[in-house]
Ligand binder design. Structure first.
Ligand code: ADP
Length: 502
């Protein structure tokens, strides 16, 4: 069955049509042959009946007069009928009265029926037996038995088979030719549809159509196929339209983005420019202010030394204010100068952060001693950084951690670091006063302080300086804290430092 389904529709149709035609012709041939043989046999019986009657009629007189010679002569006349092989006349007692046997005939196989019917016939293959009861005026005189062999029957059967075979072959040939021609009407159109389907699949051309012929199922299929292609084509056009629209939108958006980008670049340039101008200004201002301020501080110191206690109480108080304000201003200007100097000349080298921490703790040893602060650290890495700025960064954070300690607790500061794929992540953890959630961003802006100078001294530049240093190392700085529970300052130092800062 699988093999049959692999055969093309064309061949299937030819096969089915041919086999149907063949079977129909075969059936007809069989019916005709059988029918003709029967007619032939019937005719043979009828002929032998007539012979039996005629011979029976002629033999009445010899039977009545018991003249066996005449009867023998009459039987001898059957010699003219080639099919008759044997004939005999039996008298009323059933004894042979006269007998004829064709010379060379094989008669042993003939039945020897003596029917009680007036006329009787019996077939055994090609052999035919006919009996006829002879009467004269209702007086039974005897029986004539004729045995024949239908020699023509074989010839007739052979010729019938030959004719049937020729008719069958001719029918089969005609069926093949006709079905081959007719299949073009069905499978030819189907094959056309198949080739169009292939063409569409290969070329992607949905404008291809199949020309419908007639009104049968194949036409419905072709119309359905055309309809389907029409739908696909429409969808393709809609898609193309959407694509074009999308491309247009993308182009417009890209152009808009490019414009915005250019504007941003320009603004960024302007900002950079004004920022560097501001930094320059801050640097120049703080640098130039230092000199007159140092003079003021020197002279205020001199005045204080020379006249303290010699003037009235108010003058002493005012002198004290001037000394304090001058010191504060000196610190402010010093910090501001340091802030504006960051990044002006910066070199990156291999730095051992453990050693940097050592140097920081040494520098602020007085504060550590005074406050009893405990500074601990984990494993600290060797990395590429600017050693001066990294030291300033750690110093600012550790100083703050000690400065913003709780009144009743010994300050503990722990410095740790971990190495990630692209950066080093440092944490400076303290057990100080902590920071409110809302100030976690603000504290990194210059001059932003959360306390008065009387509570905690400072200029509000320290964390802004830290942020600037971290930015120079392509890193980030942020804080995690809970008021009363201490703070954790985190910062990262990138493993890939941008070299134009060097
Ligand atoms: P300054 O220390 O001179 O005040 P900073 O810029 O270093 O300036 O700090 C800004 C503010 O952030 C500080 O005034 C303080 O309120 C807060 N701060 C900084 N470090 C800590 C800390 N470790 N614990 C609590 N608060 C802190």
């Amino acid at each position: 069955m699988q093999r049959f389904s692999n055969i093309s529709i064309k061949n299937k149709l030819i096969f089915i049509q041919s086999i149907t035609a063949f079977l129909a012709v075969l059936l007809c041939a069989v019916v005709f042959v059988v029918n003709d043989i029967n007619i032939f046999k019937e005719n043979a019986v009828r002929k032998l009946y007539s012979v039996a009657r005629i011979v029976g009629g002629n033999i009445v007189a010899p039977l009545e007069f018991s003249d066996k010679n005449i009867a023998q002569e009459i039987l001898q006349s059957l010699d003219k009928e080639p099919d008759i092989k044997e004939a005999m006349v039996l008298d009323t007692a059933g004894d042979i009265f006269a007998r004829y046997t064709r010379p060379g005939a094989e008669i042993a196989s003939f039945p020897n029926t003596r029917s009680s019917q007036i006329i009787y016939s019996e077939f055994s293959g090609r052999k035919l037996l006919v009996t006829y009861r002879i009467y004269h005026e209702d007086e039974f005189l005897g029986i004539i038995i004729i045995k024949a062999e239908l020699t023509d029957l074989n010839t007739i059967i052979t010729s019938y088979i030959l004719i049937a075979a020729i008719v069958l072959l001719a029918g089969l040939l005609a069926a093949v030719i006709i079905s081959n021609f007719l299949q073009n009407v069905i499978s030819g159109r189907l094959l056309k549809l198949v080739s169009k389907t292939k063409e569409v699949a290969e070329t992607g051309n949905y404008s291809i159509r199949v020309a419908p012929e007639g009104k049968d199922e194949i036409t419905t299929l072709s119309l359905g196929f055309n309809n389907m292609l029409e739908q696909i084509k429409k969808m393709e056009e809609v898609l193309k339209g959407t694509n074009i629209e999308l491309e247009k939108r993308v182009k417009t958006r890209t152009a808009e983005l490019e414009t915005t980008n250019k504007k941003l670049e320009a603004t960024s340039e302007e900002l950079k420019h004004s920022n560097s101008e501001l930094e320059q200004f801050a640097y120049v201002a703080s640098h130039d202010l230092q000199e007159p301020l140092r003079t003021i501080a020197n002279f205020v110191g001199l005045v204080n030394m020379k006249y303290a206690g010699k003037l009235d109480a108010d003058a002493d108080k005012y002198l004290g204010y001037i000394v304090n304000a001058t010191t504060k201003m000196q610190n402010l200007i010093k910090d501001l100068l340091e802030f504006s100097r960051i990044g002006s000349s910066i070199a990156f080298t291999e730095v051992d952060t453990a050693k940097v921490l050592e140097s920081v703790t040494e520098e602020i040893s007085t504060t550590i001693k005074e406050t009893g602060a405990e500074i601990t650290s984990g494993n600290l890495p060797v990395l590429t950084a600017n050693i001066v700025e990294l030291k300033r960064l750690l110093q600012n954070l550790i100083t703050n951690a000690i400065k913003f300690r709780k009144k009743d607790a010994t300050p503990h500061v722990h410095i740790s670091a971990e190495e990630n794929k692209f950066e080093y992540h440092f944490t400076v953890k303290d057990n100080g006063i902590g920071i409110e959630e809302e100030y976690k961003e603000r504290i990194f802006i210059i001059f932003q302080r959360l306390h008065t100078v009387a509570e905690y001294p400072g200029t509000g530049i320290g964390l802004a300086t830290c942020k600037k240093i971290v930015a120079l190392h392509n890193g980030k700085i942020w804080v995690e804290s809970k008021p009363g529970e201490g703070s954790q300052f985190h910062f990262t130092i990138s493993k890939t430092i941008v070299t134009d800062k060097a």
